[in-house]
Every structure is written in C-alpha cells, then in structure tokens.
Design a protein around this ligand. Structure first.
Ligand code: NI
Length: 175
C-alpha cells in the first residue's frame, strides 16, 4: 500500500527510531512492501520507516536509474535493518540532495565519501558493504532519518539550498 510521507515539521521525523527485534513478523513484511511501493510511486532513491510514521530502524534504497538524480550511478535495491555505518575515510564530498519529507527543495550536503555499512536484510541475514559515491551518500541520508536527522540539518552553505524549479532556472540562466 502506498503510504503518506511525513513532511519536515512533523515531530515524528525528529525521533530516534527503535531497533527491529522480530524479523519474522508479518508486520515487518507488510512494512517493507509498503515502503517499496511508496518509494517507487514517488521516484525516491530511498525511504526510511520513520518517514511513513513507523518507529523502527528500517531503510530501503536503490534504483537502476532515477529521474530525481539523473546523473547518479545505479545503486542495488537494498533493505537495511538496524544499520551501523562506519567511516572508511575522513574525506567528505559535497552533493545535491533532496528528500521526500522535504518536497520541492534541494540542498548541497557534505557526506563521507566512503563508508562501510552493516545490518540485516529482510530475512534477518546479516550483511555488510563498503561503498562510495552516491551509494555512500544515500545510505548516510537514509540512516540519518533513523536518528531524527534531516538533510538540511547537515548543510553548511544555505546559499546552495532552494526550490528545485528555481534552481533549475538559475542553472539555465548561468549558462
Ligand atoms: Ni530523506
């Protein structure tokens, strides 16, 4: 079922979410189905459970190609439960981000260039990956939602924050 996505300002987006303890529950199965359907319906690159009002440490992300991020390399469709992220470098990279909870806006956010993440898949199997680039950015963005952090809270330069349509007009004007 396609679920409504909470928008910035809703206090539920600022909570620290609870870990999943029962990987076999039908409720988790249903949640993952709803998250995937909602993400695909909205062309999202990822979605975190708190964004649909569910207080659990569950994120999904991934796409072959994404109209919201036309330049981004494909990221495998991933279910990540109870994630832990560790830096593989202190080096940061700046990039434009949007968020389904912050509709219509884009901003430049610094993120760690390379990270290792670990967690559990939808069957409760542990897995880990070392990633970089947009994959690294997406997993950091989604996991931030589990700690009540939205991307504007990570921004340092608010001159590079604006409405997507105005930013596009600006880019055309600069050419
Ligand atoms: Ni988001």
């Amino acid at each position: 079922m396609i679920r409504a996505v909470l928008r910035m300002g809703d206090p539920r987006l600022l909570q620290v979410a609870r870990p999943v303890t029962d990987f076999a529950s039908p409720a988790l199965r249903e949640l993952l189905g709803d998250m995937r359907e909602t993400m695909e319906h909205l062309d999202g690159a990822g979605l975190a459970a708190p964004q649909i009002g569910v207080d659990l440490r569950v994120v999904i992300f991934g796409f072959e190609s994404n109209p919201r991020y036309p330049e981004a390399a494909p990221v495998p469709l991933t279910v990540l439960i109870n994630p832990v992220i560790a830096p593989l470098t202190a080096e940061e990279e700046e990039g434009w981000e949007g968020c389904l909870s912050v509709p219509g806006l884009r901003g430049v956010v610094p993120r760690l260039k390379r990270v290792r993440y670990a967690g559990y898949d939808e069957r409760g199997q542990a897995f880990a990956r070392e990633v970089e680039g947009f994959h690294s950015r997406v997993v950091q963005h989604e996991c931030d939602h589990l700690d009540g952090i939205l991307y504007p809270m990570r921004m340092r330069d608010f001159r590079r924050f604006g409405f997507t349509d105005a930013l596009q007009l600006g880019a055309v004007a600069e050419e």
